[in-house]
Structures are given as C-alpha cells and as structure tokens.
Design a protein around this ligand. Structure first.
Ligand code: SF4
Length: 452
C-alpha cells in the first residue's frame, strides 16, 4: 500500500497550461502516496515545472536547482532522501545538459511524458537517473487519473497541445510538439468531473486553443465553437473561458458562439504581437494588422460587451520607430481592458535568434516598451473606470489582503474586493462596483444576506 506520508513540492513557472500540468502531476503522484505541500522543506520529491518562454529561463532553473540541492543535502544528512525532478519546456529543450550540469537531479522529463511518472519515480527511487523527452502525445491524456486537483471554483482543462504555427520567436512548436487535440468526449467527461468537484468556471486551455479540432463520438470533427456549445450545457457550470488564441483561427463559427453562449465570458485574450505588417511577416504570424482589427470588430458585433487583452512583443529584430508606432496605433484602435507587453529577447533555437544584425539596441527597445506600457496602463485604468456603478457577477475565490475582505473575479478577470464573509468564496454573487483602481476594483455585495 502507498505510504501516505510522502511530501511532494511542485514549483510552477509559466503559463496556465503548466499550472494544469502541475495539478495533473500532483493527481498522478497522490496515487503513489505523495501529498502536495507548499514549501520545499522536508519534501520527498521536488518537481520544477519549467517554462522556456521568458528570458534566461535555463539560468533561472539552475539557480532554483542550487537552492533545492541544499534541501536535498540536509535531508540526506538526516538519513533520508529526496528526488529532484525538472519537468516542462526547459526540461524538453535542455534535458541532457541539466543532468550533466546538475548531478543531484534525478529526473528530467518533458511536458508530453508526465503520465509515465509512476515508472519514472520507481527508477529514480532505485538510484537510476531518468531522462524522458519523447513526444508520445497520443497516450498522455489516456493515462491520466480521473481525480483532479482544482483550486477554488475555477478550473483549467487542457483540450489541445502543441502548435504548428512556427512563429519565428517562439519555442513552443519545439518543446510541446505539433498540434494535438483531445477527443470531444474525453473533454466533456473531464468537464463534468470538474463541475462535480465544485468548479463553476472552466478555462479551456491550449497553446493554440482555437486550432482545436477534436474527434466527436459520431466521428465528426468539432471545432472549438462546437465544443463550447456542448460544454455550456453542463448544469452547474456557470462560466467558460478559453486561452490562448491565434487571430488566424478565429473563424466565423467561433465568433458567433460569443454571441450565442452567455456562459462564455465577454473577455478574450487575443495575442497579436505587433501592429506592423512588416514585423508580423518577419514573425511568421501569417496575418496582417487589418485582419486582426476585422476579427475584433466581428467579435464586438457578436457580443457588444466583449473586452480584449493581448500580447505585444516590443523591439523585435528589424522594428523601426514606424513599426513601433504601428503597434501603438493598433493598440489605440482596439482599446484593451488589459495587455501584456514584453521586450523581445531571443530564444535559442528559434529562427529569430539568427537575426542578430537586425537587433534593436536595448535602450531603444526599453524606451519603446515604456511608452507602450504607459498607453496600456491608461487603457486599463479607463476600462476599469467604466465599471464603476455597474453591477457585475463576481466569482469569489479567495480571501482579500485585509481582514474581513474577500476577493473574486469579474467576467473580465479583474480582481474585485468586497467586505464580506469567507462563505462568499466559491459563489458567484452580484456586486455593485464602487471604485476602480489601476489593477483592481472594489464593490458592495448586492444581496446575499445568508452569505454575508
Ligand atoms: S502560435 Fe503561439 S504557440 Fe504557436 S508558435 Fe506562435 S506564439 Fe508560439
């Protein structure tokens, strides 16, 4: 029988897909007697679930490993042992190198292999070092347990993985492999289980989620729109979101579903990366800025209260002041509720990493980023201001920072703070927004006397 006292510590970097993967690893390992803990002290196994998207990803992994090594040595000095594992996209890209440079690491495995964790753990427990960076993607979702870790009342559900787009700055097609969609039935079954476990909101996840094309029970192929229509029929599920989308895969059916399905939240993260057609081409995004605006306009027509967020890369190789102005102008035309923007930095192994000669000097890229973020901050504050006086349904998911305060998410994913009882947590309650700040809102619960 499994020893129920083993402690598992997972540190997760990066996107929501990594959070989903970490939760699923925890589900798998709980069957082996591992209980997930919040701190590395005394853990029997530590997993770093890594992300290769941001700058100096590998360096960050090695510096974290240095800290974990101390915990491992302390444990060994006391006669115990600790398995250290590196998972995720850095593991996929740097597998051999990690084992070579960090001899105290026991396991390195890529994002498509964590369903094989039980076998890997047995090997590592027998002092065999494990490296597993294959792409056996078909079997991964077939071998995950039905039990799910969900935090609060909002759950992630991975429906698609990998990407065939090969944007020139991005490592995902190399670390996560080609596009793969789970079957519609598998996803619907998982959505039911999540709702049975208390999820009121489900975020459908994929590296390129709107490229989803899953086989349905009758052999037909469903796109994301059809999947959303079906999931929205689950009783008890109140909110649906999806991320991350590519403008090229926003087809008319998916746009229509935003008008049809009220459970689909009126907030869409639609990365564009640049407002300059020249830079979009160099990024291999395969669409023009005009096409993006066209999609935004159609979505607004389908659902008038929809708001948008996006990703922009500032200072991509070859970006001139005019190209940057085009990005500013595109952002002005859209008017975002929020937006992520990053200064370009090369990812080893990507085509853009070879564009050394066209690199934008760092001080220019930094100055542009500052200007871009000033615009976005203004837009976000203006959007938040439009919420004042409105009544919005808020899904409460955590305690606030102050005593007697609880916090939840608006349909637009804004943090909303109210004074109220912890019993609000897990419920969707109407809140009248009283004040907007740059990054959050405050309000008063409208009526729910039994929960106040
Ligand atoms: S579509 Fe997204 S995941 Fe795919 S290569 Fe481009 S940026 Fe990366």
């Amino acid at each position: 029988m499994a020893n129920a006292s083993k402690k598992l510590f997972i540190k997760t970097w990066g996107c929501q897909m990594n959070v989903y993967d970490s939760n699923r690893m925890s589900d798998i390992l709980s069957a082996l007697g591992y209980k997930t803990v919040d701190t590395p002290e005394g853990a029997d196994m530590m997993i770093l679930n890594t992300c290769h998207i941001r700058e100096k990803a590998t360096d960050k992994v090695f510096s974290e490993l240095g800290r974990l090594r101390v915990h491992k040595e302390e444990k060994i000095a006391k006669g115990g042992n600790m398995v250290i594992a590196v998972a995720g996209c850095v593991a996929q890209a740097e597998g051999e190198f990690i084992l070579e440079r960090a001899p105290y690491v026991d396991m390195v495995f890529g994002p498509q292999t964590y369903h094989e964790l039980p076998e890997m753990v047995i090997k590592a427990s027998n002092n065999e070092r494990v490296i597993n960076t294959e792409f056996p993607i078909i079997s991964k979702f077939d071998h995950l347990p039905d039990q799910h870790t969900i935090e609060g009342s909002a759950a992630y559900l991975s429906i698609q993985e990998g990407c065939d787009k090969f944007c020139t700055f991005c490592v995902v097609p190399y670390t996560r492999g080609g596009e793969y969609s789970r079957t519609a039935q598998e996803i619907i079954d998982e959505a039911h289980r999540l709702v049975d476990q208390g999820a009121k909101e489900i975020m459908l996840l994929g590296q390129n989620v709107n490229a989803f094309h899953g086989v349905a029970s009758d052999g037909s192929i469903w796109g994301l729109a059809e999947l959303i229509r079906n999931i929205s029929e689950i009783n008890g599920l109140e909110r649906i979101r999806y991320s991350t989308s590519h403008p090229r895969d926003m087809d008319d059916d998916l746009i229509d579903v935003h008008g049809e399905v009220q459970k689909l939240m009126p907030f869409l993260h639609l990365p564009v990366q640049s407002g300059s057609d020249k830079i979009l081409e160099a990024m291999n995004r395969k669409h023009k800025a005009e096409k993006y605006l066209d999609v935004i306009a159609k979505l607004r027509k389908a659902r008038s209260d929809i708001a948008f967020s996006s990703d922009y890369i500032i200072g991509f190789p070859g970006e001139t002041e005019q190209d940057f102005e085009d990005s500013l102008n595109l952002a002005r035309k859209v008017g975002y509720a929020s937006c992520y923007s990053f200064k370009y930095s090369a990812r080893p192994g990507t085509p853009a990493a070879n564009l050394q000669a066209a690199l934008v000097p760092d001080h220019i890229a930094s100055e542009r980023l500052k200007r871009f973020q000033a615009l976005i901050n203004e837009q976000q504050a203006a959007f938040n201001k439009t919420c004042e006086g409105k009544t919005m349904p808020i899904l409460f998911d955590r305690k606030g920072k102050k005593q007697g305060q609880v916090c939840g998410r608006s349909p637009y994913s804004q943090s909303v703070y109210v004074t109220g009882n912890d019993r609000l947590i897990g419920n969707i309650i109407d809140v009248k927004i009283t004040e907007a700040f740059d990054n959050s809102l405050t309000g008063d619960v409208v009526t729910q006397d039994d929960l106040l």
